[in-house]
Design a protein. Structure first.
Length: 145
């Protein structure tokens, strides 16, 4: 007969039962869909843990555009705007039309109080700005349904 410790070691844990070290520091954390842990941390607004998780993923999958995009997003959510621009700008040069990279760069620029003109683009995106009249109509339309 197996003892309790041996039985417990054979049980697959739910991602909700894992400790932080098991999720973020263990090399064998890929038991779940890749997006699940990140989504859970986003939902909890635990941006520091999200950054640690996404740094590990980007390190492990350094050629994966999505992993790099998600790391850039984590930098933005943690207020590390310059770091996000620095990371993504290198990859923007390789994939200048990648909308995820463009989005992260724009988010970081705007958070720094800059415009899209504050970056050396390969293909400069066109940024449309809505005036107060359009914003008010959208607001009124949404809340008067």
């Amino acid at each position: 007969m197996q003892d309790d410790k041996e039985l417990k070691s054979k049980i697959i844990k739910s991602r909700y039962d894992l400790t932080e070290s098991e999720v973020y520091d263990d090399d064998d954390y890929d038991e779940f869909e890749d997006w699940e842990v990140g989504y859970d941390l986003l939902e909890k607004k635990d941006y520091k843990a999200l950054l640690r998780y996404r740094e590990r993923r980007a390190e492990r999958y350094s050629d994966d555009s999505d992993a790099l995009y998600h790391l850039g997003e984590a930098y933005v959510l943690n207020g590390e705007f310059e770091k996000a621009i620095q990371l993504i700008s290198v990859h923007h040069e390789q994939e200048p039309d990648n909308p995820n990279f463009i989005h992260i760069i724009l988010d970081a620029l705007f958070a720094l109080g800059k415009s899209e003109n504050g970056f050396k683009w390969i293909n400069k995106p066109k940024v449309l700005r809505m005036g107060r009249e359009i914003l008010n109509k959208c607001y009124d339309n949404y809340f008067t349904r």
